[in-house]
Design a protein around this ligand. Structure first.
Ligand SMILES: C[S@@+](CC[C@H](N)C(=O)[O-])C[C@H]1O[C@@H](n2cnc3c(N)ncnc32)[C@H](O)[C@@H]1O
Length: 277
């Protein structure tokens, strides 16, 4: 996450250790730590040879890999900048000072950090667009929402800014939860959004809400589709898959309970909007 004196991301220094118990790391240049598959991936603004050597000695951890890349490369070669999905205008923190909203526009201030959900992936945009379309066309259709795999929290914040009152969002990456929490606070959405760390594979949250948003990956979506407890909401936005995965996912849907309201696409990505019959 961005902490003073940093106001943007430039170079990323990435160190992946083979274990997670590395002790406390208080370094002003630390962006954050991902925990993935029982390993820890540390992101810094600066090269950290001495600190990394200290951590390695005290924890007896092994470095699996290290890398130095620029932020644009981390974000798939894209320059993360302000974009609009009307009426929402999403600005990364380094562009907030220049943000000039027109009448009717709603600003979102985002620290995208190194977490999925900067808004530049086609699936994030598709989801935000459908949330916006649903909520603006019928302001009472969605009053409660669950966001499965929230990343930066952008989809939840967008929904909250459009008026969705009660939102629960989940991620199994503690760093994603910290970033989502920060973004929720930056946008004054604490009253509407609760961020929780959870492994959705092990614990499916209560889906008894108006809208479930799941921008995930095929394996997890298939697990959800087979779980009757997943199908308690009124509407579902499902994304994170490509045309080659569509057949298998479609076959796993309990279509006796569902209507496929819309299929959208962007580049090689697909989204479905489903409703319970
Ligand atoms: C494709 S990203 C979507 C992020 C954001 N919702 C968006 O649309 O931009 C999927 C997110 O799901 C999280 N995730 C993956 N597997 C998960 C699991 N088993 N439990 C909880 N979250 C998970 C990842 O950490 C990641 O942040």
């Amino acid at each position: 996450m961005l902490k003073p004196p940093y106001t943007c991301y430039d170079q990323l220094y990435v160190y992946n250790f083979d274990r997670t118990d590395l002790g406390e790391i208080n370094d002003p240049d630390l962006i954050g730590t991902w925990i993935e598959d029982e390993t820890a991936i540390l992101f810094f603004h600066k090269e950290k040879k001495i600190l990394i050597e200290e951590i390695r000695k005290r924890s007896e951890a092994i470095i699996i890999y290290e890398a130095n890349l620029n932020y644009q490369d981390w974000e798939a070669g894209l320059n993360i900048t302000t974009f609009s999905i009307p009426p929402l205008v999403v600005a990364p923190l380094w562009e907030v000072a220049q943000l000039q909203l027109q009448e009717g526009e709603i600003g979102i201030h985002l620290d995208p950090s190194v977490i999925f959900g900067s808004g530049f992936h086609p699936t994030t945009r598709l989801c935000l667009q459908v949330i916006s379309d649903m909520v603006t066309s019928n302001s009472t259709a969605v009053q409660s929402m669950v966001d499965l795999g929230t990343g930066t929290g952008l989809l939840s914040i967008g929904a909250a800014k459009l008026g969705v009152q009660t939102i629960r969002c989940y991620d199994n990456n503690p760093f994603a939860c910290a970033v989502a929490d920060k973004n929720v606070k930056l946008n004054n959405c604490e009253q509407q959004i609760l961020v929780s760390e959870a492994d959705l594979r092990a614990n499916l949250p209560d889906t008894n809400v108006d809208l479930v948003v799941a921008n995930l990956y095929k394996g997890l979506l298939l697990e959800f589709f087979e779980n009757p407890d997943f199908w308690k909401a009124k509407y579902y936005i499902i994304s994170g898959f490509t045309p080659s995965m569509e057949g298998e996912l479609l076959a796993a849907l309990p279509m006796d309970q569902l209507k496929l309201l819309e299929r959208r696409k962007s580049e090689t990505w697909r989204l479905w909007l489903l409703a319970k019959k």
